[in-house]
Each structure stands twice: as structure tokens, then as C-alpha cells.
Design a protein around this ligand. Structure first.
Ligand code: IVH
Length: 696
């Protein structure tokens, strides 16, 4: 009980502190989502879905003393938030009842929906069409006078015309914001000049607008969206819906976001919100939800206000991408290449729409930098498809007794020694495949779809095979018998036979799949294919020197060294050769050379094996190989009857002679360049290293 009371007090203090940082100093330490999560936790602890706490109910913050103040004729309110569908239904149901709609409101085209822009609210007052005053929201009643600063924003009209514009007094409200790209560029400029950077675009917009010197504001890329008119003047009385007002504002020259809904039913609002959430990270500016409003201005007036927000509108916030939760402990996982990864074990929490119980902490340095400790309350983030991540602790909520986390000195799985190489963030278990964790991961990698493609061999079975001693090394996969498999728990005769059939089928494969499946560090699917096509046998790869390896397309010193290390280990080399001996390498590669793309069938080298010989004057060998792949071809190493084409540069020797004797087509560099040119869309630069990336 008292623990709960402590937590409530700690949360209230923390929330009040963030309000001061956010509104007063434009220097928040947490994101809006984090702030919302604190508020939600406080409301839950206080046993109320409504925000009744006076700390939370404040609208904004007292104006900075350096500014003149403006008393708003009509208070600038905040919006009530809804974080789930239920709260939207509740909002609609309450309005339905208030307006006496008999349950029909949700079906009626009664709503508008706007994006919820993440900036700061501004009031613009026009008298007889002239902008005479601009003010921030402040605490809702009294704001800061920022007219000179607002005049620097070119999107905001200084003068408006026509019967609607030239009313005695017109007050337009909206949001000043900064586009995401402008924010990044501003931060880069600030950093280069040794000036303070901003935490987020909202904060950069607020900090830029609330400058005492408007010349500084003028240098900042601020933008504006309008979203309403306070106290519509007489000339506006004929506009009876919110959307009609928005239309009028747009016609007067105010920026109105064109991504909005007018006269929509609740079903349309759901679709709009879902689409907005889906697109949120690809918009030019930040949003954190959608704002749902009643269309009818008469209904709006009827619905009225609660203490700090109108009843006719609701901010329907996207699933928070951040949440706070308890860090129960830090586990260490051992990956395929032996890397020890600290993983946060969390009290289950909903983030970005899913329940999260684990989140990566990346590596030792990250844990140290964030100083997260078991027992801490931590921020967890899961944005889009990105894997969940721990951002850091909430220090104000740290229990009195915690310990700084240490990376274990031995592998937590096999107890083998661990090593951190210089210039590397990773700590590795050095036991290789004698470490159970590494063997499991290596086996799964060997059997994965892009390698040998043995579908029946998943996580659980891999563990069973290893724990029952049936697989001690990868080649054991080919020694499994039906009897030994069928003896495993939950494995019937039929499933044992299915697995054996799959393994038998996987024996016949391509060299590139085998090379990839071996799990050599830094050798991904594409490098494996390049190695296979270049060297044409596992033996040749194993025997290749560093220099030889670097002749293969896209193999640099790091990859080459890793391949040498792999085969330099005699046990590993013997095992790789044994695997190769148990398999039948039927072809070098069995995937299309380029990712299938529209029109790839029409590429000139599809189905052709091309051998390069001699020196080309306009490109390196790697670039030429890349071009061959991009044109649909396969690279061959030696010339035979199967060779479709030889491209011969300067000083071509025996390969050229052989091609001529076999009657294989030979191109010189000019012919090759002509082929490239006729297949290169206009405006693509000629081959360079960076383009080579995109070609492959
Ligand atoms: S309507 C009574 N529409 O969100 C207030 N507000 O959290 C009516 N905001 O103070 C505001 N986008 O600064 C409205 N499309 C939008 C908005 C929006 C962002 C801001 C506004 C408001 C705050 C409330």
C-alpha cells in the first residue's frame, strides 16, 4: 500500500518535472509517448481512467517572463486523449447521448478527422485583414506574445482579403511545427557550430519560435497548419461545419493539411487513423495521432467543454512506441558466432501494439552507457518493425539497492572463456561449436531456407538433436537414422521419415548454398554466391590466399580475413570438407543473379555464363562483374563449351585463345560498354563503387 503511495508521489513529481522541462524550457528529457505513459500509469494507480490529478490537469505552462503576455479571449484548451478504440467508442457514445442521437451518431457522416501535428499551438489575431497579434498557448489563459517571430514564417499570411478575411476581428488557431528533414538539418548546423541541439522537431519548433530575437526565428525553418477559428465573426456564421471553416481558411491562404477527412462516419475514421498510423514515419512531419471532431459547429457548441478540453474533440493517439516497465534482469544470449548479447528481461508491457517481454541491450558498452540495472524502471521503445530496445532507466524511480551490471567472464552457456577483441564492441565465447548455444544456432543456420533448406529442422528439434548427442557437429545431420530420430520425444516414425527425406533431398544442392550454410562470419547469401561463382569449388575457396579471395567481387579485407580464419582452423576445415564430401554439389548457384525485377526477362545476359579476361580500361574487375550480374548474367571462371560469352580486355591471354578455338562469342570492351549503355536508364551514372551496391 505505502509502496504504491510512494510510486504515486514519485510519478507526480516526475510528471511535474517533465511539464516544466517541456513547456517551460523547451528541453524535454522524454518523448511525448513516454510522458503519456507516465500519466497513464499515474491514472491507473489512482484507480481512474480519467485524468483527475491536478498535476496532470494543467494545460500548459506559465509564460516566460521575458515575453509580453496575451490574455486569450477564449481559452486555448488541450484535447482529451484516447489510446484505444474503446476510448473512442466511449467518446462517441457520450456525444451521442448528449446530442440525443439515439445511437445513430457513429453511422452518421458526423465527424472530421485531422492529423495530430506535433508542434505548438498558436493563436493568430487579424483585425480588418491585418495580422496584429500572435501568441503561444502558455497556460491556456495567458500566453506569450510572439507576433514579430510569427511574422518571419512565410507560410502565415500577414494580410488576408475578402469578406471572410476582413472581419473586424478574426482569430485563427493552428500548430507551428518543423518538418523532420528541416529538424535534422538544423540540428546538424547547430552541432557544427557548437550550439545546442534539439531533442525532437516539436521542441526545435518551440525553441525556435520562443526566441527573444526574431532574427533567430527567421533563420529557422518553421511551418504552420491551421486547425480552427476561435469565436467566428459574423461573416463566418453561414459556415456551419468545421470542414467548411477549414476550406475557408485554405482559401484565405492559410496552410491546411490536405490529408484530412470531412463528413465521415466512424468507420471511415478508423480507416483514416489506421492509414495515418501506417504512414506515420514516411510523412514529412511528425504526428502522434489523429484528432476526431464533430463536424457540426452547432453540435460542437452543444457538447461544450470539460475543465481543460472540449467534449466535441478527441485526440486518438497511436499505439505508444515507448513505454516504461520494470527491468527484471539482464540475461546474456550467445549467438551463432559466439557473440554474447545482453538482453533485458522485462515485466510484460505493451509497446507499439505488441506485448514485449524481452528487449535487446546490444552489447556491453551500451549497457554501460545507459547504466540500466536489474530493478530499474526503464523506457522501452518499439517503433515500426524495429526490434524492441531499452532506451534507459528512469533514475528518479531507481530503487535504493541496485548493482552495476557486469558482462560475465565466462560463457553463460558452456562456461568457456570469453574474449573481447580490440576495436570490437562484441564479447565472444571462444568455444566454437563445442558451445551448445553456438552449435544450436549453427545447425539452424545450416538448415535454414537460404542454406540447405531443411524445413523440418526447427528450434525445438535442433535442441533435442544436440541435447541427445545425435548432432555434435554439422555433418552429423547426414548421419541421422530413423531409429535414433524416432526415439526422440514427440517424434513419430512418420515425422522421422519426413525429416530424413528432406535431408536426403538437401544433399544435392548448389555450392553457394553450402558456402552460405557453413556460417562463416561476414559471409552472407550474396557473398557466398560470389565466392561460389568465382572459385567454383569449396576446396578452391578453402585454399585461397587473402589476395586470391579479394579478387572475388565484393570481397574486401575483412571478409577475406574471416574466410581465412575459418579455414585456417584445421578442425573446421576438415569438417567443412567432410560435409562437402557427403553432399552432391550439382551446380554453382541456383538463384537468379539479380533480385527478380520488372523486366528482368528482357535483360540481355539472362541465362548466359560470362567469363571476364584481360584488363578493362573503364572499370575494375568487380565493377565489371557487378554489371554482368545486373544484366542478368552469371560469372564463369574458366572457358569451356558451356561459356556463352567472353569479355576480353587488354592483354587477354589463354582464355581468349580458348574461346576463339571453341567458337565462343567474344566481346571487346567497347561492345560490353554498348550493352551496358543500352540497358541503363537515362540519368544513371556510369559504374562506380556506390552504384555497384545498387546494381547487385
Ligand atoms: S484542435 C481545443 N487539431 O494538440 C483544442 N489540435 O494535445 C483544439 N494539435 O492544443 C485543438 N494537431 O496544439 C487540433 N489537428 C489538430 C491538432 C491539434 C495538433 C495540438 C494542439 C492542441 C494539442 C492538444
Amino acid at each position: 500500500m505505502s509502496q504504491e503511495q510512494d510510486r504515486i508521489e514519485a510519478l507526480r513529481a516526475e510528471i511535474a518535472r517533465h511539464q516544466r522541462l517541456y513547456h517551460g524550457e523547451d528541453a524535454p528529457e522524454v518523448t511525448d509517448a513516454q510522458y503519456d505513459a507516465l500519466v497513464a500509469e499515474l491514472a491507473t494507480l489512482q484507480g481512474s481512467a480519467e485524468f483527475t490529478d491536478p498535476v496532470i490537469n494543467k494545460v500548459g505552462y506559465a509564460p516566460r517572463r521575458e515575453f509580453s503576455t496575451v490574455t486569450h479571449r477564449q481559452p486555448m484548451l488541450s484535447l482529451n486523449n484516447g489510446f484505444d478504440r474503446a476510448s473512442v467508442y466511449q467518446f462517441v457514445a457520450r456525444l451521442d447521448q448528449q446530442l440525443g442521437m439515439g445511437g445513430r451518431l457513429a453511422q452518421e457522416p458526423a465527424f472530421s478527422a485531422d492529423l495530430k501535428f506535433d508542434g505548438l499551438a498558436i493563436s493568430l489575431v487579424y483585425e480588418l485583414g491585418e495580422l496584429i497579434q500572435a501568441a503561444t498557448r502558455g497556460d491556456g489563459s495567458v500566453g506569450e506574445e510572439v507576433t514579430a517571430n510569427i511574422r518571419t514564417i512565410t507560410q502565415i499570411p500577414q494580410r488576408i482579403r475578402g469578406p471572410l478575411g476582413t472581419a473586424t476581428r478574426l482569430e485563427v488557431r493552428g500548430e507551428v511545427y518543423m518538418a523532420t528533414a528541416d529538424f535534422s538539418a538544423l540540428n546538424a548546423r547547430q552541432a557544427a557550430a557548437g550550439l545546442k541541439t534539439f531533442a525532437n522537431p516539436r521542441n526545435a519548433a518551440a525553441g525556435s519560435l520562443r526566441q527573444l530575437d526574431p532574427r533567430i526565428t527567421a533563420e529557422r525553418p518553421l511551418r504552420f497548419f491551421s486547425y480552427g477559428v476561435a469565436e467566428p465573426p459574423a461573416a463566418w456564421q453561414s459556415l456551419v461545419t468545421y470542414s467548411a471553416q477549414m476550406q475557408a481558411l485554405a482559401e484565405l491562404g492559410f496552410p491546411v493539411c490536405d490529408r484530412r477527412l470531412a463528413h465521415a462516419s466512424l468507420a471511415q475514421v478508423w480507416a483514416f487513423a489506421a492509414q495515418a498510423e501506417h504512414d506515420r514515419h514516411s510523412l514529412a512531419f511528425e504526428i502522434d495521432g489523429v484528432v476526431i471532431k464533430l463536424e457540426s459547429l452547432v453540435h460542437q457548441a452543444q457538447a461544450g467543454f470539460v475543465s481543460r478540453a472540449p467534449r466535441f474533440a478527441l485526440a486518438y493517439k497511436f499505439a505508444a512506441e515507448e513505454a516504461s516497465t520494470r527491468l527484471l534482469g539482464i540475461d546474456v544470449q550467445v549467438g551463432r558466432t559466439g557473440v554474447l548479447t545482453p538482453v533485458a528481461r522485462l515485466a510484460p508491457v505493451r509497446v507499439g501494439g505488441v506485448l514485449v517481454t524481452n528487449a535487446t541491450l546490444h552489447n556491453e558498452d551500451e549497457v554501460r552507457r545507459k547504466d540500466v540495472r536489474a530493478g530499474d524502471t526503464v523506457w522501452v521503445r518499439r517503433a515500426g518493425d524495429v526490434i524492441p530496445e531499452v532506451l534507459g532507466p528512469i533514475l528518479a524511480l531507481r530503487p535504493s539497492e541496485t548493482r552495476v551490471w557486469q558482462m560475465p567472464l565466462h560463457c553463460p552457456v558452456c562456461n568457456g572463456p570469453v574474449l573481447r577483441q580490440q576495436d570490437e564492441a562484441a564479447v565472444r565465447c571462444t568455444a566454437g561449436l563445442s558451445c551448445r548455444a553456438q552449435l544450436i544456432q549453427a545447425l539452424l543456420h545450416f538448415c535454414q531456407r537460404k542454406a540447405l533448406d531443411i524445413e523440418g529442422l526447427g528450434d525445438k528439434l535442433a535442441e533435442q538433436l544436440i541435447d541427445n548427442g545425435l548432432v555434435l557437429r554439422l555433418s552429423d545431420v547426414f548421419r541421422l537414422s530413423k531409429a535414433s530420430l524416432a526415439a526422440l520425444p514427440r517424434m513419430a516414425d512418420k515425422s522421422a521419415q519426413n525429416l530424413l527425406d528432406q535431408i536426403a533431398a538437401a544433399r544435392t544442392t548448389s555450392l553457394s548454398r553450402l558456402v552460405f550454410g557453413l556460417g562463416i562470419r561476414h559471409v552472407g547469401e550474396r557473398t557466398a554466391r560470389d565466392l561460389a561463382l568465382h572459385f567454383q569449388s569449396l576446396e578452391a575457396i578453402a585454399n585461397a590466399s587473402l589476395e586470391d579471395l579479394m579478387q572475388a567481387p565484393d570481397v574486401g579485407p575483412v571478409v577475406a580475413a574471416s574466410i581465412r580464419d575459418f579455414f585456417g582452423n584445421s578442425a573446421q576445415r576438415a569438417e567443412a570438407m567432410e560435409i562437402a564430401g557427403l553432399m552432391q554439389i550439382a551446380r554453382l548457384d541456383d538463384r537468379p543473379a539479380v533480385a527478380p525485377q520488372a523486366g528482368s526477362q528482357t535483360l540481355p545476359l539472362v541465362g548466359k555464363t560470362v567469363v571476364l579476361t584481360g584488363t578493362l580500361s573503364s572499370m575494375t574487375r568487380d565493377q565489371a562483374s557487378a554489371q554482368i550480374y545486373a544484366l542478368g548474367g552469371q560469372l564463369g571462371q574458366s572457358v569451356s563449351k558451356k561459356t556463352s560469352l567472353v569479355i576480353a580486355g587488354e592483354n587477354a591471354g589463354s582464355k581468349l585463345e580458348k574461346a576463339q578455338s571453341l567458337g565462343v562469342t567474344v566481346w571487346d570492351e567497347e561492345a560490353f560498354l554498348a550493352c551496358i549503355a543500352s540497358n541503363t536508364p537515362p540519368n544513371t551514372p556510369s559504374p562506380t563503387n556506390s552504384q555497384q551496391e545498387s546494381l547487385l
